[in-house]
Design a protein around this ligand. Structure first.
Ligand code: IDP
Ligand code: MG
Length: 139
C-alpha cells in the first residue's frame, strides 16, 4: 500500500505574516512527513487549473487575484489519512467558525474581503491530491 499524499498551500496571507514555519511545524508535530516544499509566485494559468472547480462562483475572481497577490508555499505531505488529517488541522473554510486549535481557527479571522483569507489550502480527496500535486510539482 502506498502512503497517501496531499497538496498543501500556505496562501499569500500566511507567507506575508510569517506563518510558514508554524504551518510546517503543525504538520510535522502531527506526525506527517514533509516530502517537498516550493516557494513560488503563482500565475493565473496555474491558479485557473488549481481552482477549476470554483469557476463561476462569486468568490472565484477575488480568489485568483488574492492567490496571485504574493508568494505562496506549496508543500507535499504524506502519511496514512493525511488528506483528511490535514483538513482537520486546517479547520473549516470560514476562519470565524474554525475551531480554536486549528490553523484557521488560531491564526485567521474575517478581514471583510470578497474572498476568505484563511492561511492554507489542503486537497479534499485522493483524486484532487494527485491532480494538485501534478500542478505544483510537475514531473
Ligand atoms: P477549502 O479551502 O476549505 O477547501 P473551498 O470551498 O475549496 O474551501 O474554497 C476555496 C477557497 O475559496 C477557500 O479556502 C476560501 O479562501 C475561498 N472561499 C470559499 N468559499 C468562500 C465564500 O463563500 N466566500 C468567500 N471566499 C470563499
Ligand atoms: Mg477546497
Amino acid at each position: 500500500m502506498s502512503t497517501e499524499k496531499t497538496l498543501i498551500l500556505v496562501k499569500p496571507d500566511g507567507v506575508a505574516r510569517g506563518l510558514v514555519g508554524d504551518v510546517i511545524s503543525r504538520i510535522e508535530s502531527k506526525g506527517y512527513s514533509i516530502d517537498a516544499v516550493r516557494m513560488l509566485k503563482a500565475d493565473r494559468s496555474l491558479l485557473e487549473k488549481h481552482y477549476a472547480e470554483h469557476v463561476g462562483k462569486a468568490f472565484y475572481e477575488p480568489l485568483v487575484e488574492f492567490m496571485m497577490s504574493g508568494p505562496i508555499v506549496a508543500i507535499v505531505a504524506s502519511g496514512n489519512r493525511v488528506i483528511e488529517g490535514f483538513r482537520s488541522l486546517a479547520g473549516v473554510t470560514d476562519p470565524t467558525l474554525a475551531a480554536p486549535g486549528t490553523i484557521r481557527g488560531d491564526l485567521a479571522r474575517d478581514q471583510g474581503t470578497k474572498v476568505v483569507q484563511n492561511i492554507v489550502h489542503g486537497s479534499d480527496s485522493p483524486e484532487s491530491a494527485v491532480r494538485e500535486i501534478e500542478i505544483f510539482f510537475p514531473k
